[in-house]
Structure formats: C-alpha cells, structure tokens
Design a protein around this ligand. Structure first.
Ligand code: UDP
Length: 316
C-alpha cells in the first residue's frame, strides 16, 4: 500500500511511518513542522519508499499518483498554557487543521478511493461525567472554554468523517486516542510526561498541578500504533478508543517517575497550574478494541517510562 500520513513528522505520526515502512508499505509524510520535527524522521531520509512533503494540510493537499490509505494525524495536541507548540497558543491553527485539514484529507481519500483514519481524541469526552469512558458516551465539553479549540475541532472532524462515510461512502475509521507517551515527544511541549521526565533528569522538583488527584491512563506509543494498524485492517467505521486503562493519579505518577530516576528533588505542588476544563479523571473503556480488533496494550508503565527516560536523557 501507499500510505499518506498527515502530521507524519510528529510524535505519533513518525512512529506510524516507521510501523508501515517496516511492513513493506511506502509512506508519504506531510507536515508543516509547527509542532512536528524533521528530527523524528531524519532516519528515513534517502529511502526510496519514503517521501516527506512540507505542507500545511489546512491548505489544499495535492498528491500525485495512487494512495491506498490516508491517516490524518496533523494537529497541535498539548494543552499547556505556556508551551509555544500547545494548542492554547495556536487556537486558530488548531481549529483550522481539525476542520479544513480534515476536509482536505478526506478529499484526498475520496479522490483516490483510499481508506481514511481520523486521529481523534479522548478530549471529545471533555471533563467526563461517565467513568471509564465508552465510545457511546457523548461527552461533557464546554464549547467556548479554552480547550474547546481542540475538543470542538476534533468533534467537528468526527462529524465530517462520518458525513463523508455516509454521503460519499468513503471507507473511514475514527480512533479516539487517550494519553500516549514515548520517545519523540517534544521535551518542551508542556505535557505531563516530558515535563516530569525533563524535570527529573535535571534533578528539579516535579511540578504537580492542582493537588495531583486528577487521573490519567498512559499508553506507550508502540501499543497505540499497533491498535491503529489493526483498526486500519478492520471494517470498523464508528469511533474506537485506543488507550491504556491503567489509571493513575498525577501525584502517584510523579512519585513513580522520581523513583525510577532517583530524583532527590521531590515534588512541587503548583495549585494554580491546571487549565480551565482540565479533566479530573480519564480512563478508556477498551472493551470494544478488545472485541473488534483483538487489541490490548502490552507495555507496562515502568518499561515504557524507562524507554522514554532513555530518549529524553539524550535531549536534556
Ligand atoms: N500536569 C501536571 N504537571 C505538569 C504538566 C501537566 O500536573 O507539569 C497535569 C495536568 O494538569 C493534567 C495532567 O497532568 O491534569 C495531564 O496533562 P497533559 O498536559 O499531559 O495532557 P491532558 O491529559 O490534560 O490532555
């Protein structure tokens, strides 16, 4: 297959490039590099089966030749209040890539008669009132809050994807991605994993926002990529959660990272650190992925963190 990956120089996108190349497919990555980096794909330079196009997919996408699958992964994704690559600093770009970028990517899939996967997010559930979150839950999202630029863009992207499926019969899939971590996250993107690991490696206290009682469930990137590859091979058109259901409070998570890294500096509570709408709890219900894709995550948190720490140790 020839696979087109928008956001192909990003954290998840670049791992998808590796995965599909390793299966013998050819890959074209498109990225405007506002949050992605050529560092993530430099090891692929010069390969005959890999092409990189620097382009903003919110503008018309022109690709020559056949395309068998379009994976739409371009978007800022960090909710950090301060990081320049977070969606709060890129609100219009985030809305545009969710809306216009998805429209253009679906247009390519329709024109080329290709399969399509939308990278959606657990953020479509907002600050959830149902726990854990099943695909059938409609969510609890503030349509005008600061996080809405991401949440509503992805909700619109899901609606558009289903409309192309129902109206134009495009062979679409939607993956709702929960917190994912691993090598190639940006050290300064402000999310909890790079922040904590960077701080621990510099022997600084870990900045726990609020009281740290909020929970997340962290999935190692290779597990996520495996779920996405299975989804591409399935016939499932409705949204599918992919994530690790192993839930942990942010305070416990900080303690775990300090333990693994032998960080003597401890924890610093930053009471005002949480963004408005920061979900209090998040954990995927993955019974559908188990049933339909025969998928579940395999990498244990300690092992995934070890690999992530090794990567960041080279960057700090
Ligand atoms: N967080 C934290 N310290 C940090 C960065 C994040 O306590 O230095 C918290 C943040 O408030 C949130 C959780 O960690 O409750 C996960 O945040 P992240 O930015 O990784 O993404 P989210 O899961 O909110 O999309």
């Amino acid at each position: 297959m020839r696979i087109l990956i928008t956001g192909g120089a990003g954290f998840i996108g670049s791992h998808l490039c590796d995965r599909f190349l390793s299966e013998g497919h050819s890959v074209t990555a498109i990225d405007n590099l506002i949050t992605g980096s050529t560092r993530n794909i430099q090891h692929l330079a010069g390969r005959d089966d890999f092409t990189f196009i620097k382009h903003n997919v919110s503008e018309y996408i022109f690709v020559e030749g056949n395309v068998d699958a379009v994976l739409h992964f371009a978007s800022p994704a960090s909710p950090s209040q301060t990081a320049p690559t977070g969606y709060l600093q890129l609100p219009i770009q985030t809305l545009k890539v969710g809306a216009l970028g998805t429209l253009n990517a679906l247009g390519v899939a329709k024109a080329k008669n290709a399969k399509f996967i939308l990278a959606s997010t657990s953020e479509v559930y907002g600050d959830p009132l149902e726990h854990p979150q099943k695909e059938s839950y409609w969510g609890h999202v503030d349509p005008i809050g600061p996080r809405s630029v991401y949440d509503e863009a992805k909700r619109f992207a899901e609606a558009l994807t289903m409309a192309y499926h129902r109206t134009h019969n495009v062979n679409t899939r939607i993956v709702r991605i929960f917190n994912t971590y691993g090598p190639r996250m940006q050290l300064d993107d402000g999310r909890v994993v790079p922040n904590f690991v960077g701080q621990a490696l510099r022997h600084e206290p870990l900045t726990v926002y609020g009281d740290g009682s909020q929970t997340r469930s962290f999935c190692f990137v290779t597990d996520l990529v495996d779920g996405i590859a299975r989804l591409l091979n399935s016939d499932e058109h409705d949204p599918t959660n992919i994530g690790n259901p192993n839930e942990i409070s942010i305070l416990e998570f900080a303690k775990a990272i300090n333990l693994i890294t032998d960080n003597p500096a401890g924890i610093k509570i930053v009471a005002s650190g949480r963004t408005q709408g920061d979900p209090q709890q998040r954990k995927p219900d993955i019974s559908k992925a188990k049933r339909v894709l025969n998928w579940e995550p395999k990498v244990k948190l300690d092992d995934g963190l070890q690999k992530t720490i090794e990567y960041f140790a080279k960057m700090v």
